[in-house]
Design a protein around this ligand. Structure first.
Ligand code: SAH
Ligand code: SF4
Ligand code: F3S
Length: 500
């Protein structure tokens, strides 16, 4: 391998969802295995790769202005290489090479393994776009983490369990950018999780566009006939149970599930698996049946509400968050009011909300009755104001409890604070005070003392025994809170009604 001083340096710029973040981790690992070295400094980089998102119009346009800036970066030094990957790359393919003559290579969402080859080819002056869709499991065969590659999220890791989406919701570009649904063999997932746990990872997040559809090809779709291509799949809940047996994994999360794929066993898993975090991000999109139908979401408002009830009977303190779209074609004010009602009825702890953005080639892009942009904007603001009230109330309901935080690093709030997430995926900021900041990836017990609409404020309980040693990869209690071992069981988010 080349010495770091001579090795070419790469920088990855990532947009979009967790799948893209994880794809960038995979590309970084492949480049390290090919002898390149990661850098955060554009001036030192010989290779820049932009990993793109096209979920909404804005995301795509951001790429085009970014490429303008990278044109200057590339021109500033001969020999610099610029690559574009991700969902825009998958859609546009070699059109990107034509439109941006200074882009050296383009790779699609199924072609991560080709990146080192494409980098080599561009060093020889070849400009190549590879966006071949593949139904093969090969794309899951990736090398283990290179020892020179710093983990991007100490103590935490993403694990891909399935990719692609077959649902074709009418507004969504993802089935076109990520291709057909495919599940990764369970043994390979378990082996990766075991290796991560052995390397000190405490929390894994299972990733998939419809993550809880995992394994269904061989279960109810008759594709078992193609067994050589889809070996050893198990239902998603059974996969969770296998992962829960791995020593050292304190937390298991999954994202994003689709309401359609919650079976009894998955719901029971939330009652039975202690390491399965009490948080489900459950995108609903709209509270109105008329809109859900035109969105082709395959459930009705009542189905969603029943699912929420079933999940809450399994795990009463479950934190439920969601995604919402306003201004979908034909959405009336009455439809929108039903979405607001749904927010009140479920009491989402948080939500991501978006104005509908027509995407090329999707069914909804051809629907009549667009909502005026100003109207969509005002609906978004009303919705977000309502959500803020619910989030703040949910946060306030936590004050006085203790919580176990997985430390992420210095807080965005600055001021000598660090932050991390509790089991419900809420951000908790803690003032470091005179104590050393615990290392990222450590589990620390704190008491929640205050709440804002964005995060919780924690304090390390003052106790007689400050920790002697704080080892990354071990659960550490700083100070003592002997009278309050957890506090989770008593907490019900549902009681967190604004103003109550
Ligand atoms: N697979 C997930 C969603 C992935 S996309 C699911 O089925 O729930 C993430 C979110 O982006 C979606 O939940 C939706 O709220 C939003 N989104 C997707 N396409 C959009 C569009 N065309 N306009 C606005 N928001 C969109
Ligand atoms: Fe998009 Fe629907 Fe698939 Fe989610 S389930 S990725 S919203 S098509
Ligand atoms: Fe964006 Fe692709 Fe993810 S479109 S949201 S990066 S799957």
């Amino acid at each position: 391998m080349s010495q770091p001083s001579q090795a070419r340096r790469f920088l990855l710029r990532t947009h979009g969802c967790q799948m893209n973040v994880h794809d960038s981790e995979k590309v970084a690992n492949l480049l390290c295995h090919a002898g390149l070295v990661a850098t955060q400094d554009p001036e030192r980089a010989d290779l820049t790769i932009v990993n793109t998102c096209s979920i909404r119009d804005k995301a795509e346009h951001r790429l085009y202005s970014e490429l303008g800036m990278l044109r200057n970066w590339k021109a500033a030094q001969p020999g610099r290489v610029l690559g574009v990957g991700g969902c825009v790359a998958q859609q546009e393919g070699d059109a990107l090479l034509r439109r941006f003559p200074y882009v050296d290579f383009v790779f699609g969402t199924h072609n991560l393994r080709l990146v080192p080859t494409l980098v080599e080819a561009s060093a020889r002056g070849n400009r190549i776009a590879r966006v071949d869709e593949s139904g093969s499991l090969d794309r899951f065969d990736l090398p283990e983490r290179h020892p020179d590659l710093e983990p991007s999220r100490p103590g935490r890791a993403y694990v891909t369990v399935m990719e692609g989406c077959d649902l074709f919701c009418s507004f969504c570009i993802v089935p076109r950018t990520r291709g057909r649904e495919i599940s990764r063999p369970a043994d390979s997932i378990v082996a990766e999780a075991e290796a991560l746990a052995a390397a000190g990872v405490r929390e894994i997040t299972l990733l998939g566009q419809t993550v809880n559809a995992y394994g269904r090809q061989s279960i109810d779709r008759g594709r078992a006939r193609n067994a050589p291509h889809v070996p050893a799949l198990v239902p998603f809940a059974r996969l969770l149970r296998r992962l829960a047996e791995i020593q050292g994994l304190a937390r298991i999360r999954y994202t994003s599930p689709h309401p359609l794929f919650f079976d009894e066993d998955l719901i029971r898993a939330h009652a039975e698996i202690p390491s399965l975090c009490p948080h489900v991000h459950l995108p609903v999109q709209s509270g109105a049946d008329r809109v859900l139908e035109r969105m082709r979401r395959r459930y009705r408002r009542g189905d969603y509400l029943r699912l929420v009830e079933r999940l809450r009977s399994a795990r009463p303190d479950l934190a439920i968050t969601t995604d919402l779209i306003v201004g979908f074609p034909g959405e009336t004010d009455a439809d929108f009011q039903q979405t607001l009602d749904l927010i009140r009825e479920v009491g989402f702890v948080d939500s991501f909300s978006f104005k509908y953005s027509p995407r090329p080639g999707t069914a909804a892009a051809r629907l009549p009755q667009p909502v005026e942009p100003a109207e969509a904007q005002s609906r978004l603001e009303v919705l977000q104001a309502l959500q803020r009230e619910f989030t703040l109330s949910a946060h306030r309901a936590r004050v006085g409890q203790s919580a176990e935080i997985l430390v992420e690093g210095p807080s965005r709030r600055g001021g000598n604070q660090w932050s991390g997430r509790d089991p419900y995926h809420r951000i908790v900021n803690v003032a470091a005070g005179p104590r050393p900041t615990p290392p990222p990836g450590t589990l620390v017990q704190v008491r929640i003392v205050d709440a804002t609409p964005h995060s919780l404020i924690g304090e390390i309980p003052v106790g007689p025994d400050p920790p002697a040693v704080m080892a990354s990869g071990e659960s550490v209690r700083i100070g003592a809170a002997p009278d309050e071992p957890h506090g989770y069981d008593r907490h019900h988010w549902r009681n967190a009604i604004p103003g109550a």
